[in-house]
Design a protein around this ligand. Structure first.
Ligand SMILES: [Zn+2]
Length: 104
């Protein structure tokens, strides 16, 4: 949430630096290769999400915008990231995708 004094702390800056190293500057949504622009809490701080690397991800502008936190604290699109080529559950749309062959 913008305006939260936490985002001005040394801890936050250190966490961001670690996320940038882990992502090598790229969006961490599977299948996305765009430049990472925003370090995002997977589970938001407002909802009790931890300030840990496991709860942080690097998002490109498009993926961040797709789940942007609104003023009321809820995320756009129910917080579901839209991944190119995948349905709302994150499964491949293409029935011939190798993922399905691996399941049978
Ligand atoms: Zn992305």
């Amino acid at each position: 949430m913008p305006g939260d004094p936490f985002y001005k702390t040394k801890l936050w800056r250190a966490l961001c630096a670690a996320v940038h190293r882990r992502s090598r500057g790229r969006c961490e949504v599977l299948g996305c290769t765009a430049q990472g622009k925003v370090v995002d809490h997977v589970l938001s701080r407002r909802n009790g999400g931890a300030d840990t690397l496991a709860n942080l991800r690097h998002l490109c502008r498009a993926h961040d915008n797709s789940i942007k936190e609104r003023a009321n604290g809820e995320r756009a699109n129910g917080g579901k990231l839209v991944v190119k080529g995948c349905d709302a559950n994150g499964l491949p749309i293409d029935p011939s995708h190798a993922w399905f062959k691996a399941q049978s």
